[in-house]
Design a protein around this ligand. Sequence first.
Ligand code: GLN
Ligand code: ZN
Length: 764
Amino acid sequence: MVNSSILGFPRMGVNRDLKKATEAYWAGKISQAELLSEAKRLRLEHWGIQKKAGVDIIPSNDFALYDQVLTHIQDFGAVPDRYSKSNLDPIDEYFAMGRGHQKDGVDVPSLEMVKWFDSNYHYVKPTLQDNQTFKLNPNPKAVVEFLEAKEAGIITRPVLVGPVSFLALGKPDRGQTVDPIDLLDKLVPIYEELLAKLKAAGAETVQIDEPVLVFDLPAKTKAAFKPTYEKFASLGDKIPKLVFTTYFGDIVHNIDAVPTDIYAVHIDLVRNPEQLETVIGALGPKTILSAGVVDGRNIWKTNLKRAIEIVETAIQKLGKDRVIVATSSSLLHTPHTLASEKNLDPEIADWFSFAVEKASEVAVIAKAVTEGPAAVREQLEANAKSMQSRASSTRTNDPKVKERQSKITPDMYNRKSEFPIRIAQQQKSLGLPLFPTTTIGSFPQTKEIRIQRNKFTKGEITAQEYEKFIEKEIQDVVKIQEELDLDVFVHGEPERNDMVQYFGERLNGYAFTTHAWVQSYGSRCVRPPIVVGDISRPAPMTVKESKYAVSISKKPMKGMLTGPITCLRWSFPRDDVHQSVQAEQLALALRDEVVDLEAAGVFVIQVDEPALREGLPLRAGKEREAYIDWAVKSFRLSVSGVKDSTQIHSHFCYSEFQDFFHAIAALDADVLSIENSKSDAKLLKVFVDEAYPRHIGPGVYDIHSPRVPSEQEIKDRIEEMLQYLKPEQLWIDPDCGLKTRQWAETKAALTNMVNAAKFYRQKY
Ligand code: GLN
Ligand code: ZN
C-alpha cells in the first residue's frame, strides 16, 4: 500500500484565528492560557481535517506561535543571553526573540528575521555565540504536540528542522566569529536526546527537514551530513525512523551527501521532476522515496494524471512499499481552504486547490496508485475536465497584451540620461537638504482604516464616503509629516489593503480572493492575488490618491507603486506561461502608471521591489543569470518612461547584497532604500567597493518591532554608515513601511530619526 503524507499544514486557521489570538495576547486582551488553548484548538482542528481527507501520515510540530525555527532555538537552549537574562516567562521570551520586547524595564530588539529560501515566509535566524552550548528543554514542543495529537487519537509524524540546516541557516551573533556549522558536535547530542524522547512518547517516524541541501553548499556544510546521519543510524530503534526531507529545489548536485542508511528521503518533484531518477539511483537498498508531487507553494489544482505518472515511475523502480505520496513542501505557503471563497467566479475557482483540497489530492493519488485508477475514477475525470477548461479558457489569453509585448523596443529600458545629469536636475527641482529624511510608504493601518475599508467592501458606505475618509487620512499623515519635519512625504497608503493585492484588484488578468491568507512572518499574513491570465491595466490605479496628496502638501510627495517582480512574486503566478512573460506584462501596466503619476505632478516615484532577491534561483548558474536579466529589464521597463527630473526610488526589504549587487546596481534607480538596521553596516562596503554612484537609504531602525530606537542609537547607525557611504549619497529612513506599527511608537521613532539626521546635517 502506498501512503499519503503532508509535510506541514498552514497554522493560521480558516479565519486567521491564530493571528487574532496572538495579537490579542500581545495587546493584553487575552491571557496566555487563552492563547495556548486557542493554539491547541487549531492544531486539533488541522489534524482532524487531514485525517478526514484520508491522509495517512499527518505532521505534528509543524505548528508554531510565531515561527518554527524560533521554536527550535528555544527548545535547544540557544537563546542569546540578552533574552534569557530578563527572566521572561518562556512564551514571552519566545515572542521577545521574534518581535522584540519593551515592557516593564526589559528592552530587547528582536533577532534577525529573513526569508525562508525563495518563499515569502520569514524565519528567525539562529544567532550563535563563540562559546555556544545547547541544552534540551525538558518539555520540548515536538514531544508535547505529539502527545497532544496522540491523545486525540492521531499518531502523527513530528517535524524537526534538521541539525545541519538549523546551523547552516544560523549566523554568529554580533561581535562573534563562530562558524555555526562548527557547533554540530555540540548540537547532535541534543537531537539524539529529543529523538529518543519522541520515540518514548510513541513516535514511529520523524520528518527531519534538511532543505539546505538544495543550495550550493560550502564543502564543510556538505560534508557534515554523512557523519551526522550515520550517528543517528547507529542509534537503531532507540530513535524513530527518519524521513530526510528536502524541498524547493533539486538535490542532484549534493546527492553524495544524502544518507543511505535512512528510512526515507523526500524530494520536491513539482519544482524538479527531473531529479527523480538520479535520487532513486542513490537511495539506500531499503530507503523509501517520499515523492512530493502536490505543490506546496502554489494554488493550482494538481494535474492528477501527471502526478500519478510520476509516482508510478517511482513505484516501477522501487515497488509500492517503498514509495510515499506527499506534498512537495509544507503547505504553510498555501491558503487554508477554497471553501471560504464565496466570490470567486466558479469557472476560475475550479482551477484552484488550497491546503484542505491538497490534502484530498495526496490521498486520491495514493489511492489511485494503490488500488488502480478505477478506484478514483470520478475524481480523475473531474480533474481532467478542470485541466482542460483552464487550458482552453479565453480568460487566460488576451491578444492585445501579446501584441503590445511584441512591440517593446530597446530604448524603453533606459532613462533619457545618465544618473549625474538626472540627479543634477532632480536636486534643482526638489531642493532637498543633505541627509534627506523619508519613510518607505505606509503609515500605521489603524483599526479605523480597516473598519472603513470593510464597510466600503460590504457596501455599507458609498464610494464617495470612503474617498472622503481616505482623503482625511491623507491629510492627517501629511500634517504629521510636517510636524515631524520629514523631507520627502508619502501619502501613507491608507487605501491599500496590501501592496500587491491592491494592484491585483486593479489589473486585468488577476483573480483575487477574500480569505486566501498565507503567513508571511509572525502574525502577519498576506493574501496573494492570483495571476490567471494575460495582464493589463484598464485604468490608473493610484493617481487619484497621489494627486490629492500632492495638492495638500508643501514638500515633495513620493508616489508609491509595487514593482513588477514583487507583484509577480507575491502573487500566486501562473504555471502555464514563463514568469518572465508575466513580469513583462506587469511592467508595461506599471509603466503607464508611472507616466500618469508624473503627469499628475508626482515627481518622486518609488517602485518597491522587496521581492526581487527572493526570486533569485537558489543556486548559481544559468537559471540565476537569466532571472536577473529579465527581472532587471522588467523594473527598468516600468520606470523608464519619465523625465530626467523625476526621481525614481526603489525599496528592498533585505540587506544581503553580496551576491546580488550587480542586479541592484543595474536597476539604475536614483535612490535605493534597503533594510540595514539589524545587520552589520559593514555590508554597505560593497557599495564602496563597486563605486556605486547613486543615492542610498539604508534603514536606520527596525520596523518589525514596536520598540522605539533612541536618537543616540540612530546616530550611531548613521555614523557607521558614513564609514562606507558619502554624505551626499545618504538618505535617512526606516527599514520598511510602517503599516504594522502603532502611531505612538511611529511618531516617537521618527522624531528620533529626524533629529539624528538634523544632527549630521549640521555637522557636515
Ligand atoms: N511601500 C510599502 C510600504 O511602505 C513597502 C513595503 C515593503 O517593502 N514590504 O508598506
Ligand atoms: Zn520593505
